[in-house]
Design a binder for this molecule. Structure first.
Ligand SMILES: Nc1ncnc2c1ncn2[C@@H]1O[C@H](COP(=O)(O)OP(=O)(O)OP(=O)(O)O)[C@@H](O)[C@H]1O
Ligand SMILES: [Mg+2]
Length: 417
């Protein structure tokens, strides 16, 4: 890219002017017969110096006085990876870096910016920035959940009336805000979900308190029934708070993998024993298939107990109609570059989970059937906790289900040396 800068044009012209003036002076002196050898030498020296100065200024550039601009005004992508566009005062693109061309594929040098970026907010801000020098900030995108969100900061490079056409007058700096906005949305959704989950049992508790203080004051039977319901609602709130605290604890520790070897076979066996009463209640048979000898992974025993508890509880609650749940632990031997691993699987033979729900199942508060989960006393946080525990143990969680035939939840961990 090249443009003619006023200062670059002035230097060669001054040099030619100085040389011409010195030559003219010599001619006048010669005509008058007033010049001597020292004057002649001084004059010729001045012409030579002026010419050298001119040559130095245009070295590497065209002789016609048009100075070549540096190859690029923009820093390389490794220094500045975000998109940058330079436009002149008419909003014509003077230069853009690779990142900008990636974001706006229609972007072309010496073409109006509007051909590639159709944001009225940006296009209207640029003339104001050129005129006043006051920087502007505009956000574009984000109209749908998946559309990226860009912050564009617009800065003036040179006063509008001094900029020549084609010369960059304004820089547009882009910054990707998509992740920030997504996290913000998740936080807002999360708070809305927590409030909603707490408000339901709270409203029910308040309602029963009013009834017990008023119409049902002297009704002993109603009192007993209502107190039972109130107790269940209070337990539900406690469970929600416990799950939330557990989730935040696991999330906090997720970057620090556990370092102590734990026998996952006996851990699983222990939890399955504790789940016995719930399974018997629901008429579900728990089948345990774990090796006799210890199977070690680097783990946090409490977290692994919570993981097994959540998966087995789900299998009993949502897959219990199939009558049996199998919980297995197996070593997966090393294969090629893949080191030895340990697989924990919980399989039920219930109604299964339709495929479209599988990718979202581990999201907080996500439930296939919200009312069914509520009836079961669920908070919708169990699998989110499981996902983070598996993540902290550097494992992988997978869910398979064939509707009508049940579901299998599998966690695969690196085996401890
Ligand atoms: N084995 C399963 N069979 C069918 N659906 C399942 C199974 N496990 C989980 N689900 C579905 O996944 C949803 C999310 O499960 P998750 O454990 O995260 O929440 P929850 O069980 O509803 O509540 P919580 O575990 O916090 O008490 C459940 O509501 C249920 O719809
Ligand atoms: Mg659950």
């Amino acid at each position: 890219m090249r443009w003619t800068g006023a200062r670059e044009r002035a230097r060669p012209r001054a040099a030619i002017g100085a040389a011409a003036a010195t030559a003219a002076m010599l001619i006048v002196l010669a005509a008058r017969g007033e010049f001597s050898t020292p004057v002649l030498l001084a004059g010729l020296g001045a012409i030579a110096l002026a010419w050298l100065w001119r040559d130095a200024r245009v070295e590497g550039g065209p002789i016609d006085g048009r100075a070549e601009a540096p190859a690029s005004l923009l820093p390389s992508a490794s220094v500045f990876p975000d998109p940058v566009i330079l436009v002149d005062r008419r909003l014509v693109v003077a230069e853009a870096n690779e990142a900008a061309r990636g974001v706006l594929p229609g972007l072309k040098d010496r073409q109006p910016l509007a051909f590639a970026l159709r944001s009225p907010a940006v296009l209207e801000s640029i003339p104001a920035v050129v005129a006043t020098g006051e920087p502007a900030r505009v956000e574009i995108g984000g109209r749908t959940g998946n559309e990226p969100v860009w912050e564009i900061r617009i800065r003036r490079l040179i006063a509008g009336d001094r900029a020549t056409l084609g010369e960059p007058a304004v820089a547009l700096f882009f910054r990707d805000l998509s992740d920030e906005r997504r996290l913000e949305r998740m936080r807002v959704d999360f708070i809305a979900n927590v409030s909603h989950e707490l408000r339901t049992p709270l409203a029910s508790l308040s309602g029963f308190i009013d009834t017990l203080k008023g119409p049902a004051k002297a009704d002993q039977n109603a009192r007993e029934r209502f107190l039972d319901i109130m107790q269940a609602q209070a337990q539900r709130m406690t469970r929600l708070i416990d799950d939330l605290l557990q989730l935040s604890r696991v999330e906090l520790k997720e970057h620090v993998p556990p370092a102590t070897p734990v026998d996952i076979a006996s851990t699983v066996a222990h939890m399955v024993e504790l789940m016995g009463p719930l399974a018997r209640d629901r008429g579900v048979e728990l089948a345990l298939d774990v090796p006799e000898e210890p199977v070690r992974i680097l783990g946090d025993r409490d977290e692994l107990l919570r993981l097994v508890e959540n998966l087995v509880e789900n299998a009993i609650k949502y897959g219990g109609s199939g009558g049996a749940v199998t919980i297995s632990v197996a070593r997966l031997s090393a294969q090629g570059a893949q080191a030895e691993r340990v697989e924990l699987a919980v399989r039920d033979r219930g109604p299964g989970i339709p495929a479209e729900h599988l990718p979202r199942l581990t999201e907080r508060f996500y439930r296939v059937d919200v009312s069914e989960s509520r009836i079961q006393g669920g908070t919708g946080l169990g699998l989110a906790i499981v996902k983070h525990i598996v993540g902290r143990h550097r494992g992988r969680l997978s869910i398979e289900s064939e509707p009508g035939k049940g579901a299998t939840f599998r966690a695969v961990f690196p085996a401890a040396a």
